[in-house]
Design a protein around this ligand. Structure first.
Ligand code: GZL
Length: 320
């Protein structure tokens, strides 16, 4: 396989030197989780746009939320002899074997938007936000704005075993520490989807005196929050008032809810993980210098004070 890759790189190099291919004739395999949320759809759109901009031949694979499909896609990319792989890992564990195969083939792997539990020599770098910080910002907003009465919180967790679900829970709980009037009374996965978020929120409302005992909903992403808002309204309560709504991603629909007074805070996650990933890949392919293992993207809190409809208008064309 090493010889094959050497030949491939030489071919690409020769093609670039003698002009029969553009300098960006790079082939990158991208194993995407699926399209479970508006944010994920935007990440896919932006990744394809970034590849196009750079003249990169992007081989795209949608895993429909299944790790086995991601592993199959990675094996296929290795067999094709791509120059690099982008992986948005659906869960944290179970990647060692396939990443060892990519390493054997000398194909660098860059993680997008989620991290994994594996030796860090199995991937070049990870382009992600600080997901613990996101949860903490959400929790701190709630502690600051829910008053000092007893506040029973229900939590819609992301995909079980995924790094954002684990980290955002951790960060939120850190923010609540020391504030004994705040308590998470129910917590369950809504798998980052609107439909499941609504379904689980309906069960929370039923279990908590029709929602009268719930002070706030914390959702690990806006799509589950929007599903939860629907359930709260159908239960005859006012989301954003009777039940505060705090979530993460900053997708356009949460700003529409904010403008209607139905959502209170969201923490922005950029869908552009691919830009920094392509940049670090270009630099690595030139000088083979190992980049840092983590390239952190920014997080920003938005509330109704931030002109939500203006933000909605700015974001709605970005592929969500
Ligand atoms: C977080 C990302 C999450 C988004 C969700 O980095 O992996 O996955 O917050 C998406 O919208 O499903």
């Amino acid at each position: 396989m090493k010889l094959k890759n050497a030949l491939l790189s030489a071919t690409v190099l020769a093609a670039c030197m003698f002009g029969s291919a553009s300098a960006g004739e790079l082939v990158v395999g991208f194993s995407q989780i699926g399209s479970e949320s508006g944010w994920r759809a935007a990440e896919t759109t932006v990744t394809k746009q970034e590849a196009e901009k750079r003249g990169v031949d992007l081989k795209f694979s949608d895993a429909q939320q299944k790790q086995e499909n991601q592993i199959k896609a990675l094996r296929s990319f290795v067999a094709q002899g791509v120059n690099a792989i982008f992986l948005a890992p659906v869960v944290e564990t179970g990647w060692d074997d396939v990443l060892k195969e990519a390493k054997e083939a000398e194909i660098p792997v860059i993680l997008l938007d989620r991290t994994i539990k594996a030796p860090d020599d199995l991937y070049l770098t990870a382009v992600t936000s600080d997901q613990v910080h996101e949860g903490k910002v959400a929790g701190e907003w709630l502690v600051k704005n829910a008053g000092d009465k007893k506040c029973n919180i229900v939590e819609l967790q992301g995909t079980t075993g995924s790094s954002p679900a684990i980290a955002r829970k951790k960060g939120f709980e850190e923010a609540l520490a020391g504030h004994d009037n705040f308590k998470i009374v129910r917590s369950q996965t809504g798998d980052f989807t609107r439909a499941k978020g609504k379904e689980v929120m309906e069960s929370f409302l039923k279990a908590e005196n029709g929602g009268k005992d719930i002070c706030a909903l914390y959702a690990h992403n806006d799509d589950m929050a929007v599903g939860g808002i629907q359930a709260i309204k159908e239960a005859g309560l006012k989301p954003g008032k009777d039940i505060l709504v705090v979530s993460i991603d900053a997708v356009p629909d949460i700003f529409q809810a904010m403008a209607a007074g139905e959502a209170n805070a969201t923490v922005e996650l950029t869908p552009n993980m691919a830009g920094p990933a392509f940049d670090v890949l270009d630099a690595y392919l030139k000088d083979k210098k190992e980049p840092p293992k983590w390239i952190q993207t920014e997080s920003k809190l938005y509330t109704p004070a931030d002109d939500p409809m203006k933000v909605y208008e700015a974001k709605k064309g970005l592929g969500y």
